[in-house]
Design a protein around this ligand. Sequence first.
Ligand code: PRP
Ligand code: GUN
Length: 177
Amino acid sequence: MNNVIEEILVSEKQIAEACKRLGSEITKDYENKDLVLVGLLKGCIPFLSDLAKHIELPLEVQYMIVSSYHGGTASSNEIQIKYDLEVPIKDRDILLVEDIIDTGQTIKAVKKLFETRGAKSIKVVSLLDKKDNNNLKAEYVGFTIPNKFVLGYGLDFQQKYRNLPYIGVLKKEFYDK
Ligand SMILES: O=P(O)(O)OC[C@H]1O[C@H](OP(=O)(O)OP(=O)(O)O)[C@H](O)[C@@H]1O
Ligand SMILES: Nc1nc2[nH]cnc2c(=O)[nH]1
């Protein structure tokens, strides 16, 4: 299974602690608000599932599948929506749930889209943040990590390994494969 892993960057135990900590912060901050967790598929699944158990509020869960245009049009913050929310979000309190913020393009584009849809508030919770790669300020972050390709706990390498219970760093020999 893990012959592609160089090292474990974030252990199962550390992830569980982060979900508990972030869940309790979010519970405090969103009391009496109309909280909608919006998970960006597919990477968000394990994190959203574990985090939501620690948010002691009557929240709603929605999902989206988007792909951001990296490269040439990056500065335009555009995204292609492959699967959209089932409900309007006007006047609702949106918390975007991400597994990782890398360049920040995906989150920036989704935030911009949700602003045009009239959300009351839009905040971000991400398990991981490659801080050196973006100028985004997510409100809730589990771990700031170095600029390395990571996998596990929702994050894939060539669509596999999302089921690993920890976050690992991909071995260098696989980088260009
Ligand atoms: O900050 P950025 O540079 O935009 O990168 C982060 C995005 O990339 C990954 O998704 P991906 O498009 O690989 O889809 P997946 O969740 O289905 O793996 C990750 O889940 C984030 O959504
Ligand atoms: N699996 C994976 N997906 C990403 N998307 C952006 N950065 C990463 C990363 O480090 N690993």
